[in-house]
Design a protein around this ligand. Structure first.
Ligand SMILES: CC(C)n1nc(-c2ccc(NC(=O)/C=C/C(=O)c3ccc(F)c(C(F)(F)F)c3)cc2)c2c(N)ncnc21
Length: 285
């Protein structure tokens, strides 16, 4: 396949750079394509100066190695990387659907069918990561993208070096997605991802996160108490799933497999598939 060759001496000269797709804290992301074969990708340019503060170079390289071995339909692929004197270039799978949070902002909130499908996709991607001993993917709408078929893609922006996404005012350094064990400064396990997708499911359906309050202190105490309410339009199935994820005791949260097998998620997946079949039949007709 004409993807950038692995391990070969790749350089920025092998690519034609297109329009900027956006700016992260550690650098910008551009649409690009390989000169030979016109393979479309996204290139994230990171400034070494901002990344490497004293000998974390090998840690970065090891972590990028881990990330480049993650291959899942709901995780943005890191195809390759290289650097020159000043910059690190990440060659990434391009997500034509753009940012999930922009969709959420324009649509205000997602239908149950979309929210359920996204919950299946993110649970599938995270169980893949956990099997590979990768946790703490920074799960929030800011780090999620949409692929060519409208599928959810986890795009990690500077995975180990958290680039606080300066996308939304409230999101900058937000703690809306922090679980109680982290608010209390306890150690955390992959159960933080379970809490985060509970917050995500709520935000997909309601349009704002469950513990959002005017001031941080109220948000903290609501998170620690696991205290939140549902608007009337949130139906029983969704409440059942969210209620099994937003559990203060990390050991009592339901597993990713239980999310994928949850009756609300499977019924929403079926309705999405039926709708897609119907659309395909109409197009074919
Ligand atoms: C602007 C817009 C919204 N945008 N942004 C993307 C995009 C998607 C994924 C990424 N992924 C990463 O950054 C991954 C980083 C690492 O795995 C990593 C691991 C260890 C490290 F030390 C490091 C290091 F940074 F510290 F080196 C990194 C980045 C941008 C995107 C896209 N793919 N398609 C369309 N639009 C897109």
């Amino acid at each position: 396949k004409n993807t950038p060759n692995k391990g070969g001496k790749l350089s920025i000269n092998d690519f034609e750079i297109g329009r900027p797709l956006g700016k992260g804290k550690f650098g910008s992301v551009y649409l690009a394509r390989t000169k030979t074969g016109h393979f479309h990708c996204a290139i994230k340019v990171l400034f070494k100066s901002q990344l490497i503060s004293g000998g974390v170079e090998h840690q970065l390289e090891r972590e990028i190695e881990i990330q480049s071995h993650l291959q899942h339909p709901n995780i943005i692929r890191l195809y390759n990387y290289f650097w020159d004197a000043k910059k690190i270039y990440l060659i990434l799978e391009y997500a034509p659907g753009g940012e999930m949070y922009k969709q959420l902002t324009t649509q205000k909130r997602f239908t149950e069918a979309m929210a359920g499908k996204y919950m299946y996709e993110i649970a599938d991607a995270l169980s893949y990561c956990h099997r590979k001993n990768v946790i703490h993917r920074d799960i929030k709408p800011e780090n999620l993208l949409i692929g060519a078929q409208g599928e959810l893609k986890i795009g990690d922006f500077g995975w180990s070096v958290h680039a606080p996404s300066n996308k939304r005012q409230t999101m900058c350094g937000t703690m809306d997605y922090l679980p109680p064990e982290m608010v209390n400064g306890n150690s955390h396990s992959d159960a933080v991802d379970l809490w985060a997708i509970g917050v995500l499911c709520y935000e997909f359906l309601v349009g704002k996160p469950p513990f959002e309050h005017e001031n941080q202190a109220d948000t903290y105490s609501a998170i620690k108490a696991g205290r939140f309410t549902y608007p009337d339009f949130v139906k029983k199935g969704a409440r059942d799933l969210i209620g099994k994820l937003l559990v203060v005791d990390p050991r009592r949260r339901c597993s990713l497999q239980e999310v994928k097998d949850h009756y609300w998620v499977t019924s929403m997946l079926d309705s999405c598939r039926r709708a897609a079949e119907k659309q395909k039949a109409e197009r074919a007709a």
